[in-house]
Design a protein around this ligand. Structure first.
Ligand code: ADP
Ligand code: MG
Length: 360
């Protein structure tokens, strides 16, 4: 097992002659601690698969270095990196039995048959494949095939890390939930570094201790699910995580205080830096409340989602979403709202304006 470090990693795929390179990864500096359970979360096209392929060695980055436990491996081929990778679509040898498919990564490296038997049985048991071990893989459903793919990723115990690239995309929702819990359980048992790619926030938040959020070729924030919720470092994190996502509203700054429309807003710390870019205020729907004074709004829509209601509000041209808990009432006339100052954030060119003198 190893600690994996990305140092100034950038990657551009070959571009047509005469055209400037387009970077699929813009600049990544990231440490994956040995034994960590990471989710790599981001929309389609943001560079997740590119990043995984750089870890496993399927791709050599255009710039920068990859280190395993401090040793450079940037130019090492896949076969020398000891990385198991599970792809989005099943990779299965149809003519082989389920047993032989699972055994393949072990036999390929010359493992003793007794170890092969022992590991294959363990993994088959975990994935409920024991009854089909003697069957040919070609007869299995898409779910079954993807379970074999997962099993092949998990069968070796000598790998530096296991990379999962959206492995549950083709699996039915109930089984998806089961397999995800199993992976989490397995991580707790064996403590191997796991990086799990997904574009689904629920999947990321349930699997990982640390979620790495990617957007447009960069890592915008790494944090626990709670950190990502409470303190989004980038407006993208704010609206990608949470349902509904964070409200991002235009604002100006006067005397260190954001002004939205004509409404001064309170924050937990003043903006002390001179800002030159576009300034916005971010507030999650959970921290918007009806109040006696504040921002006048009209109510556009109320959606009852059982334990809470999502209220869509308008203030001039802006739309603001609010979450109302059970037992709270809609105001009878002239509604006004205020934002919880502890969760009212200022962003400049989409990045959080942090408290001066505080590193986090
Ligand atoms: P994700 O896995 O997050 O969906 P990818 O890493 O597959 O994203 O892709 C990142 C960007 O790189 C996208 O813009 C994609 O079109 C581009 N890209 C991916 N693979 C190739 C390739 N083989 N050649 C050229 N461009 C590619
Ligand atoms: Mg991908």
């Amino acid at each position: 097992m190893a600690r994996i470090t990305f140092k100034n990693v950038r990657h551009a795929y070959p571009s047509p002659k005469g055209q400037a390179p387009v970077y699929a990864l813009k600049e990544i500096n990231q440490i994956w601690e040995d034994g960590g359970a990471y989710a790599l979360l981001g929309p389609s096209g943001c560079g997740k698969t590119t990043l995984l392929n750089i870890i496993s060695g399927l791709l050599t980055p255009s710039e920068g270095e990859i280190l395993f436990d401090g040793e450079e491996v940037t130019q090492l081929p896949t076969s020398e990196r000891q990385i198991a990778q599970v792809f989005q679509f099943p990779v299965v040898y149809d003519t082989m039995t389920v047993f032989d498919n699972l055994a393949f990564p072990l036999r390929n490296r010359g493992a003793e048959e007794s170890l092969v038997n022992q590991r294959v049985e363990q993994i088959a048991d975990m994935l409920d494949l024991t009854d089909s071990l003697k069957q040919r893989a070609s007869g299995l459903t898409a779910d079954g095939k993807q379970k074999i793919s997962l099993g092949r990723g998990l069968v070796r115990s000598d790998v530096n890390a296991i990379l999962f690239d959206e492995p549950l995309t083709v699996i039915d929702p109930h089984l998806k939930w089961q397999l995800r819990s199993k992976l989490k359980e397995l991580h707790q048992q064996v403590g191997m570094t796991m990086i799990y790619v997904t574009h689904d926030q629920v999947e990321a938040l349930t699997f990982a201790d640390q979620v790495v959020v990617m957007y447009d070729g960069t890592v915008v924030q790494v944090g626990t699910p709670v950190e990502l919720f409470n303190q989004p470092h980038h407006t993208f994190v704010g609206y990608f995580i949470g349902s509904p996502g964070m409200n991002v509203l235009p604002c100006t700054i006067e005397n260190g205080q954001p002004i939205f429309g004509n409404n001064p807003l309170k924050t937990s710390y003043p903006v002390t830096k001179a800002l030159t870019g576009t300034t916005e205020v971010g507030i999650r729907p959970e921290f918007v409340h009806f109040s006696q004074s504040g921002i006048p709004v009209s109510i556009e829509k109320v959606e009852d989602l059982g334990r809470y209601k999502v209220v869509t509000l308008n203030h001039e041209a802006e739309v603001i979403k609010m979450v109302m808990k059970e037992g709270e009432d809609l105001p009878s006339s002239s509604p006004m709202i205020s934002f919880d100052p502890d969760y009212t954030r200022v962003y400049c060119d989409e990045w959080l304006v942090k408290e001066e003198g505080v590193n986090e």
